[in-house]
Design a protein around this ligand. Structure first.
Ligand code: NAD
Ligand code: DAU
Length: 351
């Protein structure tokens, strides 16, 4: 492949790649996976197969406009070995995004989280083991549990696992499977644990798009508990460039934390959204807290930056947020159909 960035000039580049690279992206019709597919098309010569079950969280529209001769969508379940096997066999690499991704849903119905996030990852690992295919596992900082608000610490690759929710426990389980398959079977895998993403195409169940669309529809943003919980925000474009850096340059068997120094309390994010719309900053609906709500996430991404030379492009959260708000204003036709059902689910829980 012609333009693997830095090929040959960094440590442990995946020299197994030959032209052209065929990459299987699981969950590639979701918020972050689809962004990565666009990143691949724009920055590499790779051919991409998206394997996606097209759950409620997916959006085929997020893949629109991509060249048909380079990107194809296969609708199927990562936990179905018969579907996975031939797709992995024809691939040079698998980048694994597919997951049930929403904490609140994992509290009301954990079963699909165990099935997709743990069993699905197991099925993929068995296939890449059989065919000796490079594997990158996309995971979350939530596997480390949470930090206190007054703690100066941030998560590092050495922080012990202590997941709080069924979602984060299922992602932790999948990370452990990947490590075991590397050590026991020599699978050529890397893992990344990223902080909270924001940007276009994010489902309106998630915090930032929910609040933006609440305000657009003339209601108040809805904040859980005391609103002081902190998340470490990163634009999804920056997540994609980091995953590509790891896939193309990362050392096999290693874990890389991905973060862009974007710590903000939830109430500060909501105030920024309200300011953007010229609404009073205290125009907030305080709602029932999430059970087991993690207090603070914060990422120390020094390893990724120093080893692979990665830097985020979005250093200014307010600018990234303004662009995201503009996108939701322009794309009401995309999110409106899912908004009503999403709000009905929240209303039933007093949120
Ligand atoms: P998402 O919910 O927007 O998308 C998930 C995609 O996976 C959807 O397209 C869905 O149809 C697909 N999928 C679900 N179950 C499947 C199955 N059994 N087989 C095939 N496809 C299936 O999620 P997202 O926010 O884009 O997250 C993608 C990945 O990134 C997840 O692994 C998540 O844990 C991880 N992650 C997310 C964030 C974040 O802030 N959203 C941060 C760090 C890591
Ligand atoms: O840290 C990475 C994780 O970030 C990913 O692994 C998950 O897939 C992703 O969903 C996200 O998890 P969070 O639970 O942090 O994100 P969520 O958008 O659900 O909530 C962000 C914060 O906002 C959290 O503290 C809960 C709060 N919240 C959320 C909603 C939906 C509110 O206060 N009000 C809301 O309406």
């Amino acid at each position: 492949m012609g333009n693997l960035p830095g090929r040959g000039d960094g440590p442990a580049v995946n020299s197994a790649y030959d032209d052209p690279v065929q990459i299987l992206v699981t969950g590639g019709a979701g918020f972050i996976g689809s962004n990565f597919v666009h990143h691949l098309v724009a920055n590499t010569d790779a051919y991409v197969t998206v394997l996606d079950k097209l759950t409620y969280a997916s959006s085929e529209a997020s893949l629109r406009g991509l060249p048909e001769d380079r990107v194809r969508l296969v609708v199927g379940d990562i936990a179905d070995a018969a579907v996975v096997e031939p797709l992995v066999a024809e691939s040079d690499a698998v980048v694994h995004y597919a997951a049930e991704s929403h904490n609140d849903n994992s509290l009301s119905d954990p079963a699909p989280f165990v099935q997709t996030n743990i069993v699905g990852t197991f099925v993929l690992l068995e296939a890449v083991r059989r065919h000796d295919v490079r594997f990158h596992h996309v995971s979350t900082d939530e596997v480390y549990g949470d930090l206190d608000l007054d703690d100066l610490k941030r998560f590092t690759e050495d922080t012990p696992y202590q997941p709080s929710s069924p979602y984060s426990a299922s992602k932790a389980g999948s990370d452990h499977l990947v490590r075991a398959w590397v050590r026991s079977f020599g699978v050529r895998a890397t893992i990344s644990n990223c902080s909270n993403n924001y940007g276009p195409w994010q489902h309106v169940e998630k915090f930032i798009p929910r609040q933006i669309t609440e305000v657009i529809e003339g209601r108040r943003p809805r904040v859980y508990g005391d609103g002081l919980n902190v998340r470490d925000w990163i634009h999804t474009d920056d997540h994609s460039s980091a995953v590509w850096a790891i896939l193309s340059h990362g050392r096999i068997g290693e874990t890389y934390l991905i973060g862009a120094d974007g710590e903000k309390s939830n109430v500060d994010v909501v105030r920024a959204i309200l300011r953007h719309f010229g609404r009073p900053e205290d125009d907030i609906e305080w709602v029932t807290d999430r059970a087991g709500h993690d207090r603070r996430y914060a990422i120390e991404s020094g390893k990724l930056r120093s080893e692979l030379g990665w830097e985020p492009k979005y250093q200014d959260f307010d600018k990234g947020l303004a662009a995201t708000i503009a996108w939701y204003q322009e794309n009401a036709a995309w999110w409106s159909p899912m908004k009503h059902e999403t709000e009905a689910k929240y209303a039933a829980k007093g949120q």
